[in-house]
Design a protein around this ligand. Sequence first.
Ligand SMILES: [Fe+2]
Length: 320
Amino acid sequence: MIDVIRVAHCVLYVTDLERSREFYVGLLGLNVLHETPGALYLRGVEDREWTLKLQLAPEAGVRHVAYRVRGEADLDALVALAEARGLPWRWEEELDRPRLLRMQDPFGTPVAFYAESRTHRWLLQDYHLHRGPGLQRVDHVNVMSPDVEGTMRWYMDELGFRLSEFTEDDDGNVWAAWIQRRGAVHDLALTNGTGPRMHHFAYWMPDAMSIIRACDILAGARMPQAIERGPGRHGISNAFFLYVRDPDGHRIELYTSDYVTVDPDFEPVRWHLDDPRRQTLWGARTPRSWFEEGSLLEAFEGGWVTPREGRLRGLPVHVI
Ligand SMILES: [Fe+2]
């Protein structure tokens, strides 16, 4: 079995690098690890590698989402898998990551895998250098999928992901799934919707107060419109959360306080589609934009993956 360790980074296309720098570095306090004329490589204070690359481009979108694997043999096994399944793949190079396997999953999502990365001294206990709300480490990615169950099965069967929680209706249709490799609630979440598109990329936060501080910082900067949903507590994952939108509309989640899933007898948590506590434990409603909007994904040969409407129609309960 291919040994995926965890979700590792995301490359976002942004249309104005200075505007994005002000948002991600100036307000959210992410740390610049490298800088080139057309890109910023950012990390949280616990990240030993860059975890978010902002790349200047004519249009906003997502270049790829990357996972770290244990070793070179896992990359070779991924190439064999791509060949066997007819999935497009190629070797690429990224800063600090000399051997990056870029492929497209069977549903159109651009994914990359690497084993080796140059690491850097972390900033976790350099508290005097922490800025803004103190984003700590990469946590997960959420992809909107027109076929949640098929996508979930592929990642579980081919890449060894394990199911933590899922949302189901009375007919047994899976509307959303949270799957993981590293023993937290999820590395990858899949939610039913027009896609594939990226719904959000998430950072772990030190505590709930740091998430509230992010709200205060955005309000102080006269940018309350960047706060899309929350703060609140999810029923699913039990996490305290906030969703913000960057200047290009990319959605970032600030996330903390979920639980571990390492025990071999862990039983996935099932939620009924009609249970409003799964979205926000406190019953708060969710804005429609949260269900409908997402970032386009780059196709393997360039251009954008054309999103398809979700197999399951309708919005879940409790929408504003
Ligand atoms: Fe999330």
